[in-house]
Design a protein around this ligand. Structure first.
Ligand SMILES: [Zn+2]
Length: 396
């Protein structure tokens, strides 16, 4: 949910250096109406926009070959399914990219490129929450909000050029530039209200929308409390936290808007569907989150999923992994306990046995650890870490 897309930001820099940037003395083209029937994708209307489109196309070419893009056909098909259910036939004009990055974020560029970050997939508690974020981004897109910001921010683009030239990487640059391109409160409210309508029309439970923002506020608090209030605020505000700042006011007006709506009686939140389709990705996305060493935020995330959905093998696994990786006194044994409990309650992610093997090893229980490593290898014959785990299991 941020506004300036992955692709747009570096573009700002390039546009500043481009000869086209100097030719925009003409007044901005009128912003087309966004309500009403589908009129096909928006086309650039002047030299400034043509320059921007050109740069966005370049950025998309980089995206197409980026290691950070998850190309798994099943995951992509599922996200597109959710997108199309949410925004309707116009989804045909959206090019969707799934990025592996632990931050809570999604973006949509004026040329129709949407990105969904794995940190969002980890945090969305069900399909309705993912749909809500997609709908919100799409609403910014339909109303040409980021295009407006681009025009307004043109004068500041020297700063963008400088950052882009430092070669620190696309995602980092975007993080640094976010403060230059924050959506206005009015834009946010428009996107919220449009997004809410999309969600209701798609038959999802709209109560999930304010919950997302509330979770963001609470997660930020948890991170800050664990780190000490004044430390490292920038990191705590990365991604959507910076571009679509959550606030209690937003939670309140969304709640009030829902209270006035007639909700489709079959509204659902797609919890089972979401968990099933994301199951295979859970260990990897969780791993990326735990590597951030954001103990407060990670534990909050696990607790809040448990609280909303009840215990599941996914959160049982997550809690075990959290303790194993944190490595505070007593954590190895605590982790063994959580893995064992999850297995006893029917959890069957192969990573449960691998994780318990590592925790047992750390706790000095080598024989039990070897048995778990063998169990893992038996369950995932083509595991990418087979060589290492085989060594630990003593079979090679
Ligand atoms: Zn927004």
């Amino acid at each position: 949910m941020r506004r300036l897309l992955l692709t747009t930001l570096p573009l700002l820099a390039l546009a500043a250096a481009s000869p086209l940037a100097g030719q925009d003395a003409a007044p901005p083209a009128p912003v087309p109406a966004v309500e009403g029937t589908f009129e096909g994708p928006y086309q650039p209307s002047d030299d400034l926009e043509r320059g921007l489109w050109h740069q966005m196309a370049e950025a998309e070419r980089s995206l197409k070959i980026s290691q950070q893009v998850i190309r798994d056909p099943e995951l992509n098909a599922y996200l597109r399914e959710v997108l199309c259910r949410t925004v309707g036939p116009e989804c045909a004009n959206i090019r969707l990219y799934v990025l592996r990055s632990p931050y809570f974020n999604a973006t949509m560029a004026p040329n129709g490129v949407m990105t969904v970050w794995s940190g969002l997939l980890l945090r969305a508690q069900n399909e309705a929450q993912l749909a809500a974020v997609m709908g919100h981004e799409f609403a910014h897109f339909k109303r040409r909000h980021s295009l407006q910001l681009f025009r307004e921010a043109k004068e500041k683009s020297n700063a963008a050029a400088f950052l882009a030239l430092t070669g620190v990487g696309l995602l980092f640059s975007i993080g640094m530039l976010e403060s230059l391109f924050a959506f206005s409160r009015e834009m946010e409210e428009e996107a919220d209200r449009d997004g809410l309508k999309l969600l209701i029309d798609a038959g999802y439970d709209p109560a999930q929308v304010p919950l997302i923002w509330e979770q963001m506020l609470d997660e930020r608090d948890a991170t800050l409390v664990a780190r000490g209030r004044d430390k490292d605020k920038r990191k705590a505000k990365a991604g959507m936290f910076a571009t679509h700042p959550p606030s209690q006011a937003r939670v309140d007006y969304l709640r009030a808007a829902i209270a006035g709506q007639t909700i489709n009686p079959v509204a659902d939140n797609g919890l089972e569907r979401y968990r099933t389709r994301l199951a295979a990705w859970w260990p990897q996305f969780l791993d990326d989150q735990l590597k951030l060493n954001d103990d407060g935020g990670s534990l909050f995330l696990i607790d809040s999923i448990d609280k909303a959905n009840g215990w599941t093998p996914w959160t049982g696994f997550a809690r075990a992994e959290f303790h194993r990786r944190r490595g505070a006194p007593g954590d190895a044994e605590a982790a063994v306990g959580f893995y064992s409990d999850t297995i006893a309650r029917g959890g069957d992610l192969p990573e449960l046995w691998r994780g318990r093997g590592y925790a047992l090893r750390k706790a000095g229980r080598a024989d039990e650890a070897r048995a778990d490593f063998l169990e893992y290898l038996g369950r995932v014959p083509d595991a990418p870490d087979r060589a290492m785990v085989s060594t630990l299991a003593g079979v090679q």
